[in-house]
Ligand binder design. Sequence first.
Ligand code: HEM
Ligand SMILES: *[C@@H]1O[C@H](CO)[C@@H](O)[C@H](O)[C@H]1NC(C)=O
Length: 458
Amino acid sequence: MAELSRIVGSVFAVLCAYLFYHYLEQQITRRQWTKRHGCADPPKYPHRDPIGLDLFVSNIRNAKHFRMLEGWKERWQKYGTTFSGMSMGVRNVYTVDPLNLQSVHALNFSNYGVQPIRRDATLPFLGEGVFTMDGPFWDHSRALIRPTFTRTNVANLPAFEVNFQKFLNLLPKDGETVDLKPLFYRLFLDTSSEFLFGESVNALSEKTPFKTKEFLDAFHYAQRGMGVRIQMRKFKFLFRDKKWWEAIKISHDFAYTYVDKALEFRKRYLESKNSGKKSLSEDDDRHPYVLLHEMAKETDDRDNLRSQIIHIFIAGHDSTAITVGHVFFHLCRNPEVYEKLHAEVKALDEELTFESLKSMRYLQYAIKETLRLHPVTPLDGRIAYQDTMLPTGGGPNGDSPIFVPKGSLVTTSLHALHRLAPCFQPDPDTFRPERWETVRPGWSYLPFFGGPRICPGR
Ligand code: HEM
Ligand SMILES: *[C@@H]1O[C@H](CO)[C@@H](O)[C@H](O)[C@H]1NC(C)=O
């Protein structure tokens, strides 16, 4: 007995010594680092508890009143463009400084990643794919979807036109007020399903068997749950919502329908390939390239295909429907902008092509301005994979570099960045497409972020 307690005692002592040594070494490395690079601390958020529960509660409360993003913006106004704090037990640097964003997303890209917080919070719904992974798996996923975004695929205007005409037919012709949002959702459900799965879900058709509302409700519920779980960080085990798992099942079943068809396609593809016939003409002329079919050539892993396609499907239908919705939100409230845009569109006397779309300057400005005010990824973060530093925001003048210990988050808000940056003053909250005639914002405007992980669908 005495023997045992002596052993336990020594093991404990060695462990303590080790932990202390480890702690000391870390402190010394960090102090040296800080000294060598002239790092200094940024302002601290005045938490009332050690893990930052107060910030979480305040975000949830703001979200209930649809002002979570404004709440974030006010914090940067109050504490400076870069400050530090805790979010549910995780150290955090909150920054809307363009230099720091450029460091995280481009110059020091390899020092940061999205795992484990984003991955763990979203895995039950998204699975492994381009949003949730870092390193070689991310590289691979990115390569898999790259061909989707060639010019010929993106500028497939005849395919879009068919759906667009159906959309127009659903608008009232007598000037009656119409809620465009659900119609935009249906439009982009059809275009993105066609583009990604090779067949439309036909949400715009009157007699479709597709239960659009049920599907969108489930899909959006699943997305909202991911958002809450990300905010909860390490405490997401407290997230208990049966409805969330049901919503995930509906979404997955939807994806499996198309995955199974793609696996049949794979069978035919391999047969024709093995029999030496010239390669199967896979898809009809309207769709020379179907993402899910291309992915099914590479793998027959049903779950992996489901994950990859759900990733792109979220990105493809949601961000577009929301952005076009916001464009019209502002056009309705700014008749002079609408008139100017209308004139530009009417003046175009050639066929609509990728090039002619790009040549419409005012149209570009209006969309840019919409994405400035309503970036679809308004809050986002990256985790430091190793001890590193941000170029600015520390010290009394706020211009010293900041030491960023391994495991901390760097969080930003594009909503705040796009309204606080000096280049958008003095009227940052005004919808004014004309500002784009002169403004050159660089890293102060990032609706698609930047660097290697920039949105491929931009
Ligand atoms: C208005 C439209 C869009 C906006 C504003 C937008 C914005 C963004 C942003 C900000 C990110 C970075 C998120 C992050 O890494 O944390 C992103 C990533 C991504 N977007 Fe988009 N997006 C749009 C449309 C699309 C479309 C139409 C597609 C595909 C059909 C798409 C596919 C993706 C993919 C696959 C990623 C992940 C990239 C990666 O992590 O490597 N996006 N998008
Ligand atoms: C990138 O990080 C390294 C340390 O990991 C640091 O020395 C360097 O200054 C950083 N560069 C930028 C632009 O932040």
